[in-house]
Write a protein that binds this ligand. Sequence first.
Ligand code: ADP
Ligand code: MG
Length: 235
Amino acid sequence: MSEVIKVSNLYKKYGTVVALHNVNLKIKKGEIVGICGPNGSGKSTFLRILSGIVKPTTGYVEILGGVAGRKARKHIAYVSENDIYYKWMKIGELLSFLRSFYPSFDYEKAKMLLEDEGLDLNKKVGELSKGYRQRLKVIMAISNSPEVILLDEPFSGIDMLSRERILNILKEFLIGAERTALISSHFVEGIEEIFSRVIFFKEGNVVLDEDCEAMREKYGKSVKSMYFEVFGGLS
Ligand code: ADP
Ligand code: MG
């Protein structure tokens, strides 16, 4: 499998706060990577740097053969943890807007997925619950058929049903499709099944980087129990 992301000596400082210490890693095509760790461990910073919207202080990120930034962005989708769409926009209007803005946007696919999720095109973004707003963001991002998708906390603060639905949408999009995903989360329970590999961040450092299958074989542990072990939970 070929490498799609190469991170070398990545270091990021905001004022006096060091968000990432010295991160080195490689991600291969087709991997579905969980970027896990407690709040403040550097996950969002890491994904923002990969997406090209934040510049590293020092170090280097190569993504799809180029430096993280504008050029590579066409094939990369970054889904921020924040709300990104105008509240006053109707979902149907948003759909038309994205179609006109992105030549590769698959309008029919998006429309079908939105309908499957019960997202009424006449509803305004602002009328949706968080779970539905997250589903909307994920659907819009995958409808551009990105080669690499970076999702920041897509499962945070949503109900179980929305979590299952988003997991299913992502599985459908990713599994067996040679697409690469990095998904950050401050918890692993209920979502670990989707990951082929997990990387744990602690205070800006990578403290664990394992293939999930290998982890189960090597340590006989689930991602969840490993998380508790690394971050000091009770089990
Ligand atoms: P996570 O996503 O794991 O919660 P972040 O990447 O958001 O972690 O944050 C890592 C560290 O960097 C934290 O100490 C946070 O307070 C700090 N940080 C993140 N973004 C900024 C910013 N824009 N300005 C100043 N400090 C920041
Ligand atoms: Mg974050």
